[in-house]
Design a protein around this ligand. Sequence first.
Ligand code: BGC
Length: 375
Amino acid sequence: MEFTRAAAMGGALALTAALCACGSSTKTVDQTVEAGPGSGSLVGVTMPTKSSERWIHDGDNIKAALEEQGYQVDLQYAQDDIPTQANQIENQITKGAKVLIVASIDGKALTTQIQQAADKGIPVISYDRLILNSPDVDYYATFDNFKVGVQQALSLLTGLGLKKADGSDGDARGPFNVELFAGSPDDNNATFFFNGAMSVLQPYLDNGTLVVKSGQKDFTTIAILRWDPATAQRRMEDVITSSYGGGALVQGVLSPFDGLSIGILSALRSNGYGSGDRPYPIVTGQDAEVASVKSIVSGEQYSTIYKDTRQLADVAAKMADAVLKGEKPEINNPTDYDNGQKVVPTFTLPVVTVDKANYQEVLIDSGYYTADQIR
Ligand code: BGC
């Protein structure tokens, strides 16, 4: 039995060796496309974590798009552990990756690895999250991150009745009690989301229409390290305990990510919200994750921001294909994403606010989810 397995493995290795001996134009056994320039090359893809489903979709979609073009893909997840991600990138460089696509955990923690890639002439594409403080990030594929924050804030105002769906002023006058959450301080996107949201909310805070009873409004205080739902849940609990005695109610929560929204809603639920005279506050989100879309449908979470990760994966795969062929990838944003060392040529995609009124059309009719997934 053991002998048979070893013999079979030996055979497989010999086959691999035979295929590898043919050089970079080698076709793998199941490869059906004609080898173009760069086809068969290894692309290293590193994603931050599998704990949020969006990154699983991203990774799967990038892999599929690249494999369809005849590339080999090494796809790795680091479970939000920075040294693990650094090791994965180093391994990919050692294995001979010809281009790296990286969605970083900590945008400032990969300078050494990106330098190693540059030393070997390996182009680096930042995926969704910008790698900071490195002159060797070649391209960046992302969504309009400032706009994500703007839309989260507008949705909060709409849910409270301060705005109408068409963007005009609503009939509500306030004041409303709201609490603010931001994303991970080591993720460049978190600042974009926060700044976008505050560009909308600040006038309402200044004139007293919105009141943050906890007093916690600055980014550092409200940021949730590693986007951890349990940390957000604890912070919401603490804020309710410290600032909402005597019958005061939380009426709105700016949450930048569906995972945090789930934690925030749990804290609210265990404090009696969602029943009797304590309705859930208006809670925003991001990523249109299945659990949050279900929560929106059942009237708990108010909204989310949908980002079509199929499109982002496609953009990144096309960027990789272009650089491997010595062509210039298409970009549409040459100005906004400065990583501290250079302004990185970027392609940004649009985002869509999703709530109970449009989830069917945006998420299901578009084929992003099946109706069954949301039931
Ligand atoms: C992404 C968001 C995501 C968050 C947490 C950010 O970098 O842009 O889509 O919600 O990370 O995973």
